[in-house]
Ligand binder design. Structure first.
Ligand SMILES: [Zn+2]
Length: 136
């Protein structure tokens, strides 16, 4: 697994920006209370402050810490397969199979049938190409 880590410069900028947002949230909350605004507005400011502080800590750690948080993890399919590949990657599996079809050995050997819909499926298929159910 490889990781993409955020740069120290952008992290520092984000930390400063988040701290500014938190300060803005404090001013927002105080002014909302002093103006007698509904409590909802004050609570919104408090949430804004907490999020700003959290972001500031996270980004400051990434800017200064030795082990930065990963922004993205790059995994190969052998390390962690994509769960949606079973659904959206099926057509690609089919087309890659067509190019190999001339290597198929004698008829009858290794023939399989889908137990759900009864259609013939290739032995190396994990999913039925007709009804899409997982094969045993
Ligand atoms: Zn089927």
């Amino acid at each position: 697994m490889k990781s993409i880590k955020p740069g120290r410069g952008p992290s520092m900028m984000n930390a400063i920006g988040s701290a500014a947002a938190a300060i803005f949230g404090v001013i927002w909350t105080l002014s909302a209370i002093s103006m007698g605004a509904p409590i909802f507005f004050a609570l919104f400011g408090v949430v804004f402050v907490l999020m700003g502080i959290g972001q500031a800590i996270y980004n400051y750690k990434n800017a200064t810490g030795e082990n930065r948080f990963s922004e993205y993890d790059i995994t190969s399919s052998s390390e962690e397969s994509d769960p949606l590949n079973d659904y959206f990657g099926r057509s690609r599996q089919d087309s890659s199979h067509i190019s190999q079809s001339n290597e198929t050995p004698a008829d009858g050997e290794g023939k399989r049938f889908c137990p759900y819909c009864g259609s013939e499926v290739e032995p190396q298929y994990l999913y039925c190409s007709k009804c899409g159910k997982k094969l045993p």
